[in-house]
Design a protein around this ligand. Sequence first.
Ligand code: NAD
Ligand code: MG
Length: 387
Amino acid sequence: MQNIAIFGATGSIGGSTLDVLSHYKDRYRVFALTANSRVEELVRLCESHHPRIALVADESKKGKLASALKTRGLTDIEVWAGESDLVRLAALPEVDVAVLAIVGAAGLAPTFSAARAGKRLLLANKESVVCGGALLMNSIREHGAELLPVDSEHNAIFQCLACASEEDRKNARLILTASGGPFRKRMDLTEVTPEDAVAHPTWNMGRKISVDSATLMNKGLEVIEASWLFGFPPDRIDVVIHPQSLIHSMVQYADGCILAQMGAPDMRTPIAYSLGWPKRLDGFAKRVDFAALGSVTFEAPDIQRFPQLGYAYEALRMGGAASIVLNAANEIAVEAFLDRRIRFLDIARACRQMMDSLVLAAPKSLEEVLAADREARIKTREVIAQW
Ligand code: NAD
Ligand code: MG
């Protein structure tokens, strides 16, 4: 029996993980569930999954969580709260697997904590790889942690690289696929609303990543993520638009052979793969019917309309803290766009401005990563407030 702690249980990935786990009650125990501030939602999950620990990141909601659990007779569930408890939970000896499904740089500290404690990490939170970079990868190696990428593209690449020798990897190229988002065919993006931007054509995800998919920042973050996870430089990582989201990513080897991983677009597949690895569990996603599928298509990404994809390559090449600055600027700008304080195209504008104006040295510790992230957030807020 393995104990699973889900960081970000109330989100889209959290929900898909709980769905997978509900089919394997004999193997996995839902040990801990965390949420940012939506206590009612967390309590509802506690009623159905009965974890040992329920954690609310917003410390001011601790009392509310305790009394809501008590009202429902769930008095044996421990109530934890705050960022320091998130870090403590990720390192708790009873936790075997940490599912890192918090959105944004808020996932950094628990991800590092799970890595340092040598856990199996089911890592969905791409922002922690983008910001943590070499520091996170070193920490995973040093402490004997196991990193299984849940992001569908990286899970695909992980599978496609499984049989590759060191030599084969050195000469291979990664090909990340992208659905192209909701605006693949929309030429004028000036009037885009938050509702338009979160309506993703093939994946059902949280609001932030949905906006990132609409700007192609998501693919940009994934290029950076792939570079760190698999040790590939930016000039050996390509992106191709593939609107049907059937191929989740590919690896092209020196001889021209391409391995692709395919399946229905359903996050429960990479989650189940990561849970069961190295064995495969039964999956729940719809099976692909090739005969009914018709055609699958590919096209080049449009960097003019979606410049943030280019910014990600640029940040990776710049090194230092450029990826942290880009990620923080994007998070703050997406939040402002969702609050209707800025327009859709201002998200890229904020990212560009911050990359041009804020050049920070490469961080040498998690504390320095967090400091760079904080500084970039403050500066981005200041810039946006003046528009
Ligand atoms: P979501 O918005 O649906 O859920 C986010 C979760 O994080 C919620 O449980 C929320 O309570 C928690 N959270 C938010 N802010 C927090 C904070 N400051 N402190 C603690 N907890 C906080 O997001 P999602 O779509 O599930 O995405 C989660 C992560 O997985 C993101 O990094 C995203 O890029 C990545 N990802 C998601 C998908 C997908 O299909 N949804 C696919 C690939 C990767
Ligand atoms: Mg992805």
